[in-house]
Design a protein around this ligand. Structure first.
Ligand SMILES: [Fe+2]
Length: 276
């Protein structure tokens, strides 16, 4: 785990050497986090010279992060229409007018500046990597996630906005518990090693809540308690808790482990009313 602003090399053994030797054919990408607002993360997927930004809620910190590294913005990916995910995009487009803005075709009214409208099953090619578009309603009625399948035996990268959080899930702002349950079960079916880049630092509060839930099997309770202890230490050291992995979420996330939509709805309501 790293402190906010740190970087992770993504998914490809020997990627650094390849990047230095052959930038024109570069498929080596790294993921960086840029913390914004109170607890949002903007993610920057980048090669040595180009970048893709996911959910820039505000522009200034992202703009300076990119300019400091002399990276050209080639695309913005939007998961959903909430202001803390799209607010910075128009300003980034003014700075890099050639950048594509990828968003849900079903949300053209609420994300009117989108230039590439996508839907479930669409594939994008960004920075030499294939990016799959998943429609995962529940938090909002239209919500996308972007998945980079693993290459060369590495890990997949999942950018999932406000659907799945580390130790939690998004509120049901517009969608139903059935939709959220289906969306989370799709994510649970991804390989364990898939890294989960969720858009908020809610992990500690999520796990504190999870540790307070009585209707949980002993093995799940133990997994939650162990993770809570680890996350407390991470936060005490000032570290961010993102990315998580699908495997970790499958073992210790009570929403991902909900047996059906009814159980998910009950847990969601309990969490919404929980005072900590
Ligand atoms: Fe949201």
């Amino acid at each position: 785990m790293r402190k906010p602003g740190g970087e992770w090399q993504a998914a490809e053994p020997g990627a650094g050497a390849k990047r230095a030797a052959a930038p024109a054919e570069d498929v080596a990408v790294a993921v960086a986090l840029v913390p914004i607002l109170d607890d949002n993360y903007v993610f920057v997927l980048h090669s040595s010279h180009q970048a893709v930004v996911i959910d820039p809620g505000i522009a200034a910190p992202v703009l300076s992060w990119l300019e400091q590294r002399q990276l050209e913005l080639v695309a913005v990916l939007q998961t959903h229409h909430h202001q803390d995910h799209i607010g910075g995009t128009p300003e980034l487009m003014r700075r890099w007018p050639g950048a594509a803005v990828v968003a849900s075709r079903a949300d053209q009214e609420r994300i009117p500046f989108q230039t590439r409208s996508v839907a479930e099953g669409d594939d994008l090619e960004l920075l030499g990597r294939r990016v799959e578009v998943l429609e995962l309603p529940g938090h909002t009625r239209t919500h996308l996630a972007y998945l980079l399948p693993p290459v060369a035996g590495g890990q997949g990268e999942l950018f999932c906005g406000d659907v799945l959080f580390a130790g939690g899930c998004g509120r049901l702002c517009e969608g139903t518990a059935e939709q959220m349950h289906r969306s989370l079960q799709r994510l649970a079916a991804l390989p364990d090693a898939t890294r989960v880049w969720c858009a908020h630092e809610y992990t500690l509060a999520n796990l504190r809540w999870a540790a307070s839930v009585a209707d949980v099997r002993p093995a799940e309770q133990a997994a939650v308690a162990a993770r809570l202890a680890e996350v407390k230490e991470q936060r005490h050291r000032g570290e961010c808790t993102i990315p998580s992995t699908i495997g970790l979420e499958r073992r210790s996330n009570l929403f991902l482990m909900a047996g059906d939509a009814g159980q998910l709805a009950a847990r969601r309501l309990h969490k919404d009313q929980w005072k900590g």
